[in-house]
Design a protein around this ligand. Structure first.
Ligand SMILES: [Zn+2]
Length: 368
């Protein structure tokens, strides 16, 4: 847990320098969970639970620790009144997480993570295209299973909304307002309506410039949302799915690898898959974010040499973030559909009940 401890030393200071009041819980401990843990992290006050896949050995997943640390203020100190206002926990926490990452690793690295977040959000908006009500920040969940409604919307749309407010009034004024927000609501729960009333009182000029109702009660992303900008992002887009030269790719961070791999066409040609794996040993990557992004391309492209590694990963991890895309990639392609079924039959008992339910649904969706 050296990375996590280091982040606590650095990130703790940054968190206190950033939008928030001093750390309110005295201790901040991290516990590595068993591999079957279905989530990346869980923000219990004073003792955050983390998945062991975070120990990538390259410090690239500190954003998850920054996220759980930021929950010490938004989520644990100021809490949403119910799952219908979940964005109050997660949108604020992603906002603070990215401030910490920008302070630790710079704005370029942060922009890449914002880009990954936007891509996840767009994917979920597409997934819910027939359920636009679930793409509001303030949801109405009577009769709806919150696990079914779960998506990146409260995280990433919430983040974009807060960035929009920040851009409307400037960083200094917004940070000062956030501190007052934490102070005013500490150890209380609040609703989206409470937040809107607070915003109208504290930052009326933001309310004058931003269509708050469209963000909170409207579906999708209102026009004018902030876009991530970075030269490194542009360089990946310019490749347009072609093979990178070796010097360029060797200098990539794991986030750049993810963005590149996800930009590849499906299916990619056998020659492209073989060349990528031979040059960059992606199947042997110790970073699960990169590994899973690669294995999904490989599975969707029918790249048979990667299948044994996919089976290993499905047996070794229980995190839904990795299980879902891998099972879905296998089940989507008719030649590997039976393998998806077999792997699930073999590994099912080792998964958390929530993950079992989610994978059941994924396989059913693809007729596996
Ligand atoms: Zn969170």
């Amino acid at each position: 847990m050296i990375d996590g401890v280091q982040l606590l030393a650095d990130g703790g200071q940054h968190a206190e320098r950033l939008p928030y009041t001093p750390y309110p819980w005295e201790r901040f401990d991290l516990l590595a969970m068993p591999p079957s843990s279905p989530y990346g992290g869980m923000e219990n006050p004073r003792l955050t639970f983390l998945t062991p896949t975070l120990l990538a050995g390259d410090r690239s997943l500190v954003n998850v620790v920054a996220h759980e640390l930021a929950h010490s203020w938004t989520g644990n100190l100021v809490s949403n009144a119910s799952a219908e206002h979940f964005w109050l926990n997660e949108g604020f926490t992603v906002f603070a997480e990215r401030r910490i990452v920008a302070a630790l690793d710079g704005e370029e690295v942060n922009a890449l993570q914002v880009a990954i977040g936007r891509r996840d959000l767009d994917r979920d908006l597409e997934h819910f295209r027939d359920r636009p009500d679930l793409t509001r920040l303030r949801t109405h969940l009577a009769g709806i299973d919150p696990d079914e409604a779960f998506s990146r919307v409260p995280y990433e749309k919430g983040y974009l909304f807060l960035r929009t407010l920040e851009e409307a009034v400037g960083r200094a004024r917004f940070s000062a307002a956030l501190r007052r927000y934490i102070d005013a609501f500490r150890f209380q729960t609040l609703t989206s309506e409470d937040f809107v009333a607070w915003l109208a009182r504290e930052l009326p000029e933001a309310v004058a410039k931003v269509d708050v109702a469209a963000w909170i009660d409207g579906p999708g992303i209102p026009p004018g949302a902030p876009e991530p900008r970075s030269a490194r992002l542009d360089a990946i887009a310019l490749l347009d799915g072609s093979l990178p030269d070796e010097a360029t790719a060797r200098a990539w961070t794991p986030t750049e690898w993810m963005l590149y791999l996800e930009s590849l066409p499906r299916p990619s040609s056998p020659a492209t898959c073989a060349a990528l794996d031979e040059r960059f040993q992606l199947t042997a990557s110790g970073n699960y974010e990169v590994l899973v992004a690669w294995l999904v391309v490989a599975a969707e492209s029918g790249h048979a040499p990667s299948l044994p590694r996919i089976e290993e990963v499905l047996a070794a991890v229980g995190q839904m973030k990795y299980l879902k895309p891998l099972y879905s990639a296998l089940a989507k392609a008719p030649p590997s559909r039976a393998l998806a079924r077999q792997c699930f039959a073999r590994c099912r008992a080792g998964y958390h009940p929530i993950a079992q339910q989610v994978i059941d649904a994924v396989l059913k969706q693809h007729g596996a």
